[in-house]
Design a protein around this ligand. Sequence first.
Ligand code: G3P
Ligand code: CA
Length: 248
Amino acid sequence: MRKTKIYGHRGSKGSFPENTLLSFEQAIKQGVDGLEIDVHLTKDGEVVVIHDEFLDRTTNGSGLIKEYDLKEIKKLSAGSKFTELELYEPHWQQETVPTLQEVFQLLAPYNIDLNIELKTYLVNYEEIEEKVLAIVNQFGNSRKVIYSSFHLPSLIKLKQLDASANIAWLLNQPDTHLKEYMDGLNFESLHINKDIVLSDRSHWTHLSSHIRVWTANSREEIQQLLEMSVNSIITDYPERALSLRNER
Ligand code: G3P
Ligand code: CA
C-alpha cells in the first residue's frame, strides 16, 4: 500500500523560524519526505523564500519584498521575530531570508521532494515562473519538484513553459468540477485545505492518491488523513506526523 508522505510546512514551522535554512535543516533531520516553501521576487529579480508579500511579520525589516534588492533583504534577520517559540535560541537571529538557490544547495545530499508555492495572487512578479523554472533546471533534476499556487494563471504558465512540470492547485474551498480541471489542465495533484477534506472525508476518498492536505497539525487530523491514505500531509509538526505515520 502506498505510504502517505509527510511534508514539512515552511520547514518545521511549529518549532523553528518558518522558511529559514534552520527550519529546513531541522525538518530534514526529523526525516521528512518533502518540504513546502513559499517564493517571491525581489526588486532585482531574485527568487527568495518567505511567506508574506511584506517583510514585517517574519523579519526585522518593513515593506514590500518587491521594493528591495536581494542585498538589502540579506541584511535582515529572519529568526529574531520568533522568540515566542519554545525552542528559541539567540543564534536564530543570524538566520536570513534564503534564496531558492540556497534551498537547493541545502537539499543537494537528500532525496526529498520540494514543493514550491508561488505567491502570485496579490503581487504581480514579472516572469517569476521563468525564474523559478531556470533555478529548478539548474539544481533540481534529480528530485521531485511540485509547483503549487492559489493563482491558476501561474500554474498554466508553468505548464506552458515546461510540459513536464508537476503543477498543483491550492484550494481553500470545495469545487464540484475538480476532477475535470485536474484532467483538463493536467494537474499532478490538488493541495487542499484540511478543513475541506476532513469535513467530508467520504467525498474525497476517490481522489485521495492525488491530494496533499495542508496544514494538518493535531494528532487527530493527521490520523484521519493517514486513514484516508492521502498522497501527502503538509504539517507544521513533521516530527509528530512522521511518528504517527511510521508506527502504523
Ligand atoms: O501550501 C499549503 C499552504 O502553505 C498554503 O497556505 O498560507 O500557509 O502558504 P499558506
Ligand atoms: Ca505555503
